[in-house]
Structure formats: C-alpha cells, structure tokens
Design a protein around this ligand. Sequence first.
Ligand code: DGL
Length: 265
Amino acid sequence: MDTRPIGMFDSGVGGLTVFKEIKKYLPNENIVYLGDTKSFPYGSKSKESIINLTKQGIEFLLSKNVKAIIIACGTATSQALDTVKNLYNVPIIGIIEPTVKYIANNKNLHTIGIVATAGTIRSNAWANNLLKLRPNLEIINRPCPLLASMAEEGWIDNDIAKLAVKEYMKGLYDVDALILGCTHYPLFTKLFKENLKPNAEIINTGTVIANNLKLILNKQLFNESNKLGNYDIYLTDTECNFLSVAEKLLNSKDIKIQKCEQKFC
Ligand code: DGL
C-alpha cells in the first residue's frame, strides 16, 4: 500500500471533472491538483508550449511526492504525453488511452463525435488512436474553441452557453457516442445531451479513468487505508473564477486553494 498522493494536472478548472470522479471511485486516495491558470488556455497554444508547460506541471507535482500523475487535460494528453511519459519515474496517465480502449470494447458504437479544443483536434490524437483499434469507426471531429473559457467563467448553462453548444453540435445529432475530449466539457453535459439523439452515449473521460485506475496502476500503488483522502489544490495564478466554479462542480463550500510557489514560464 502507498499513501503518497496522486497528482493531477490541467490548465484550470476542467481537470476537476476528473478529480471529482477519482474522489468518488477511490475516496481514500490523497490528491494534489494543479491548475495552471496563469497559462490558460492551453487549447490555442503550440505543441512546443504545451510540452514545456506539461513538464513544469509534472515537476511541480513530483516536488509534492506524488506516486502517479493523471494529465487531466485533453490538450496536454494529445500533444505532450508521448514526449513526457518516459522522462520521469512515476506512471503518467492521460485521458485518451483508457477512453479509446473503452470505445474499442463497445461494439455497439459505430459513429463517434469528438468535441475538444482546437489543439487537440489539430493533433488528431483521438481519431488516430481510435482507428488503430477500430478501423471502421466513423469519426466526426469538432473543435469548440470557446467552451473552455466559458467554463472558466462559470458560463455553463446561460443563453450564450446554449447557443455555443448548439452551434458546435451541428451535424453531430446522430452520433452513437460523443467523447468530451476536453476535461472542461463535462460542465456542459446537460447542453450536449439536448443536442444529441436520445440514446447517444456521452463519454466523460474522468469516469472512464476513475473506473479503470485499479487496472492501469500497479496494485501496490493504491492507498488501502479506510480514512478519507486529503486534497490539496494549487493554482499558478489565483486571480480567477476557479473557486466559484469548483464550489459548484464539487458541491462544496469547503475548498481551499493554495498558490503554486513554482514559477511557470
Ligand atoms: N481542460 C483542457 C483540455 O482538456 C484545456 C482547455 C484549455 O486550456 O484550453 O483540453
């Protein structure tokens, strides 16, 4: 058994959608979460910048003695995971591989919509990985560049959010499953649902990872104590709406935020 925390990393509040699922399925685990709010948004940055920021995020989490790292960010997973995964001596998990395996094993899914940031869609990481395992899948990629910023603002169910999601979902009504390829997007689940055929599946990558973490990580890494885990949340810049969105998302008034002491550049 290993009581060290699991590290999690995103550009902002989006990774908390993964954090929420991990907390639900593995409540005993301690978690250190880093939101790189100073560098938000990642979705419009170059691959080179994303790799650089991801390395800095990982190094900050390693300084907190984490036993494994979840890159709870689609943009960083799609553009930096291949480069960083063998550079450090802890397991580093992204959001794409577990979700692709889940889809590959679900033979009822034939048409897949992928909504994600512009950078993630440009990388083609989702489509390439899906087609390796299921070459006959029909895939529709859709960049949604405004949504992560709207989520950071807490604009997740107002008229502007409704219009934006409706616009981005044009042509996606009939897909069998919609992958929320950016971790900010589960905040818009209700709106995505309104723009999909009734039996379509909405795939929250956080749920897939949390469900599979016991298979992905070595058994010795788990914390089997029966005490509830502690959570430390660090931000690279605290002048933002993170807290109010986090309180709504996690349904808690007891969230404490700390300023990350490491300089990000
Ligand atoms: N939550 C992120 C993702 O999954 C990043 C959004 C952004 O910073 O643009 O892609």
